[in-house]
Every structure is written in C-alpha cells, then in structure tokens.
Design a binder for this molecule. Structure first.
Ligand code: PNS
Length: 163
C-alpha cells in the first residue's frame, strides 16, 4: 500500500495544485490531500470551507486506482504523515525559486521522520506562476483568474468577496 500525503494551505486550491495531484496519481495507491489548519494565518477560507471545496472538485479528477482523501491537520506535517502511515510527502515545484524553501522543508521533515520521503513533482509550465496568494490578490483587485483556479473556487471567491 503506497500512501502519500499532499500537504498545503490550499487557500484556495488552484489548478496548479490539481496538476500536481493528477501527476501523483500513478505513483500512489492513496493520496491524502492534507489541509493545514494554521491559526497564525488569516485565511480567506476556513479549513472546513477549503476541505469542502476540494471534496467537491476531486470527483472531476480521473483517479484510476488511486484513492483520494481530503483531511485537515494541525501541527507538524511529518507527524501527520507518520500518524497516517504514509511513506511519502508530495510537494509541487513550480520554478527554481521554490527549491530552497522546499529543500529546507524536505530536510527538516526527513530529520523529524527519517522513513518518510518527500517526492517533488514539477507542475505544468502553464501554472508555473500560479499561487494561492497571487490568485487572491489579483481577484481582490478585479483581475481575471479564470483557467488558473477551478470554476467552483472562483464562484466561492465571488461569494466570499461579494464581487
Ligand atoms: O501550501 P503551502 O502553504 O506552501 O504549504 C506549506 C506547508 C503546509 C506544507 C508547511 O507550512 C507545513 O508543513 N506546515 C506544517 C508545520 C510544519 O510541519 N513545519 C515544519 C515543516 S519543515
């Protein structure tokens, strides 16, 4: 049983995240999309809203033999991965600029839980500039983000901001 977690803030889920999920499907039997509950950040969407959106969007992904699960967690990613008996942590890399941060996290997670490997997947070039923060900023300022986030997420952002 090859189980991985794909941790992140997912505030909100972008097409870049979905691209990484799709690429990880053939590699694992089960992937837990692990939504971080971070009390230090002021998110646009609550953890419950983020999980609900992801659950609604995931059926649009053809997942073959891989089971996709959405869960939330607080505290350390490595501890959550261990508690779920996952053997891997999946992270997407968009550009070289992601590498240093991701390397530090992967090495720290390895120090915490040496048996869990971080697996980096390269996101599609078309999403190389897409981040949740950028999507929120552009949306708030009235710019178009269609094609970069799932339609449901865009609709929820409209609802949230009354735009
Ligand atoms: O999508 P993000 O915001 O880039 O995800 C970052 C995330 C959630 C993977 C990272 O902040 C994290 O793992 N936070 C949990 C706390 C933790 O484990 N910190 C040590 C990581 S080395």
């Amino acid at each position: 049983m090859r189980r991985a977690i794909f941790p992140g803030s997912f505030d909100p889920l972008t097409n870049g995240h979905l691209d990484v999920i799709k690429r990880s499907l053939p590699l694992f039997d089960e992937i837990i999309i692990a939504v971080l509950n971070n009390p230090d950040k002021k998110p646009m969407f609550s953890v419950e809203e983020r999980c609900a959106m992801i659950r609604e969007i995931l059926p649009t992904v053809k997942n073959g033999n891989c089971t996709l699960i959405v869960d939330s967690f607080s505290g350390l990613t490595a501890e959550f991965a261990k508690a779920k008996e996952a053997s891997a942590i999946v992270r997407g890399i968009r550009a070289v600029s992601d590498y240093e941060y991701e390397l530090r996290m992967a090495l720290m997670n390895r120090k915490l839980e040496p048996t869990i490997e971080t697996v980096f997947l390269m996101a599609a070039e078309e999403y190389s500039y897409v981040s949740s923060d950028l999507m929120k900023q552009v949306f708030r300022l009235g710019g178009r983000v269609d094609g970069l986030i799932p339609e449901l997420v865009e609709a929820k952002m409209h609802e949230k901001l009354g735009k």
